[in-house]
Structures are given as structure tokens and as C-alpha cells.
Design a protein around this ligand. Structure first.
Ligand code: FES
Ligand code: FES
Length: 181
């Protein structure tokens, strides 16, 4: 038994030395980050919003309240809308994240129909809430390609706009739904 005990201690020691990583995909590209407290590492307390903006430079994701109340930090996780300020980066292991930077066609550069419709309907003023609005709408249309106006309003009810662009937003989303793109 003393032999076995020594062996276990050695194995545990080796494991402790191994760098812990968190791996996931962002906009279809693999991302692998070290977990730790050094400046280039991800701390276990870091939110996905922080990592996207500060570590990966994807500043299209906006942070307003940083408290789950405004929806401006919305991104897609495996196709579902999540608040990136309320999601820890270490919870993203194995997940696929889509940010506003990942919506346009990466080969042609063509905007996603929702992005184009927001432009066509002037569905923004300052634009700060827009990435979150578009990603919430994207999740809705993936689940329900023909929503009613009420369903659009419900899906976007967690996304706040201080410039009062709500009516144009609903029109922009309904236009995409009606065109069936
Ligand atoms: S910044 Fe995440 S909900 Fe407001
Ligand atoms: S367009 Fe300014 S916050 Fe919505």
C-alpha cells in the first residue's frame, strides 16, 4: 500500500502542474484560453462578455448594465440567446458562441438579412443596443421563422433601447420573417 500511495501522490502532482484550459468556438473559430490570474489568462470570475471584448477584441458585444438587466450583451450560445454578462467564460467549455461579428457571410461579406433589415428600416439611433437586439431576433427566427408581432415583442422584451427605436425594430424583424430569409 505505501507504494500505491506514493504513486497517487506523484500523479496528483503532475495533474496540478498541467495548465487548465477552456476551449470553445467563437464565430466558428476554435478558441483555447488558459485559466489563471495572469494578465493574458481567463480568471474563473471572468464573464463571457469580458472575454469577448477584452481578451478576444470582439467589441461588437456591448456591455451596459453588466447585471443581466438590459440585453445589450446578448450573444448566441449553441444558437440560443444568452446574456454574456451573466455567463462565466469557464462555463463555455465545448460551446459554440456567435457574436454580431459572426453574422455576416465570412466569404462574401454579405450582411445577415436581419442586419440589412435593421439598416433598411433605420431600426437604431445610437446603435448601442443593436447587436443584442439582432442576436435575440436571430435566436427567435431560428426557432420560429414566422413569428407574430406579439412574439417578436416578447422575444425582444429583455432588450432595452434608450433611444426608443422599438417600433422600427419590430418592423425590421417582421420584414425578415415575412420574406422568409
Ligand atoms: S450588459 Fe448584460 S444584460 Fe446588460
Ligand atoms: S439605438 Fe441607442 S440604445 Fe438603442
Amino acid at each position: 500500500m505505501p507504494h500505491g500511495g506514493k504513486h497517487m501522490a506523484a500523479t496528483t502532482g503532475k495533474k496540478a502542474l498541467k495548465q487548465q484550459l477552456v476551449s470553445f468556438r467563437v464565430n466558428d473559430k476554435p478558441v483555447e484560453l488558459e485559466i489563471g490570474s495572469l494578465p493574458h489568462q481567463v480568471e474563473t470570475s471572468h464573464t463571457l462578455a469580458h472575454t469577448l471584448r477584452e481578451t478576444l477584441g470582439l467589441i461588437g458585444t456591448k456591455v451596459t448594465c453588466d447585471n443581466g438587466a438590459c440585453g445589450s450583451c446578448t450573444v448566441l450560445m449553441d444558437g440560443r440567446a444568452v446574456l454574456s454578462c451573466m455567463t462565466l467564460t469557464v462555463e463555455c467549455q465545448g460551446r459554440s458562441i456567435t457574436t454580431i461579428e459572426g453574422l455576416a457571410d465570412c466569404e462574401t461579406g454579405a450582411l445577415d438579412p436581419l442586419q440589412q433589415s435593421f439598416i433598411d428600416h433605420t431600426a437604431f439611433q445610437c446603435g448601442f443596443c443593436t447587436p443584442g437586439m439582432i442576436l435575440s431576433a436571430k435566436a427567435l427566427l431560428s426557432d420560429n421563422p414566422s413569428p407574430t408581432e406579439e412574439e417578436v415583442k416578447e422575444a425582444l422584451s429583455g432588450n432595452f433601447c434608450r433611444c426608443i427605436s422599438h417600433y422600427q425594430v419590430v418592423r425590421a424583424v417582421m420584414a425578415v420573417a415575412q420574406e422568409g430569409k
